[in-house]
Design a protein around this ligand. Structure first.
Ligand SMILES: N[C@@H](CCC(=O)N[C@@H](CS)C(=O)NCC(=O)O)C(=O)O
Length: 216
């Protein structure tokens, strides 16, 4: 089994889940700009969607889409308690979170830190720049509103589902880490800040961050 990842990208979420579940997969780093794996394989041949994460099975079959991969890993390791069993309402609560994180948070970040964006900004006229900034401002405002709501959800809770860490926390933590790259200071949302620090302190999360070279 092999997990394809790019340091700090959304693949950090299944990477954390893999470690929290006690699963042992190989890791293969992907250069997401060059679309090459560390061992030199053209990444388009691994995932025709050109994105991480990908979980590759020993028979060569591959599973994509982070919110699905984390459920698969957790289901293979039920003793880890990382996801409630299918059929229980709590399972759909976790899926409710995964869907919110992927569609309303994760995908809002992409265009904000796409590497080509600053060059385009430079080349644009002042008027166009203004329009882009209006757009960027709106994105950040929308994110801010969602963070206000999230902050309330986390008040008095250690994790999204209460006192138990689940796959949804691995994903939310991964996405919230990106705020520092776009100058959003989480200190504005005390529950969110405390949550990120709490997840970051988990030994398996520390292991994943170190393995991706994100901390020393
Ligand atoms: N729907 C996919 C999206 C994955 C995704 O956005 N991956 C990003 C990294 S966070 C990526 O590989 N981007 C490179 C690209 O799109 O070229 C999932 O949830 O797994």
């Amino acid at each position: 089994m092999k997990l394809y990842f790019a340091p700090g990208a959304c693949s950090l979420s299944p990477h954390i889940v893999m470690r929290e579940a006690g699963a042992q997969y190989d890791l293969e780093q992907v250069n997401n700009q060059e679309k090459k794996t560390k061992s030199g394989t053209d990444y388009w041949t691994i995932n025709a969607k050109g994105q991480v994460p990908v979980l590759e099975f020993d028979n060569g079959e591959r599973l994509t889409e982070g919110p699905v991969i984390v459920q698969w890993i957790a289901d293979q390791n039920p003793a880890s308690g990382l996801v409630p069993p299918a059929g229980k309402l709590e399972r759909y609560r976790v899926q409710e979170w995964l869907n919110f994180i992927t569609s309303e948070l994760h995908k809002t970040f992409g265009p904000i830190f796409r590497p080509t964006t600053p060059d385009a900004f430079k080349a644009l006229s002042k008027e166009n720049l203004g329009k882009r900034f209006d757009w960027l401002d709106k994105q950040l405002e929308n994110l801010g509103k969602r963070f206000d709501w999230l902050d309330k959800q986390l008040a008095g809770k250690d994790y999204l589902m209460g006192d138990k860490f689940t796959i949804a926390d691995a994903y939310l933590f991964t996405v919230l880490r990106w705020t520092s790259r776009i100058d959003i200071d989480l200190a504005k949302w005390p529950n969110l800040k405390a949550y990120v620090d709490r997840v970051a302190a988990r030994p398996k999360v520390q292991e994943a961050l170190k393995a991706e070279g994100l901390i020393k």
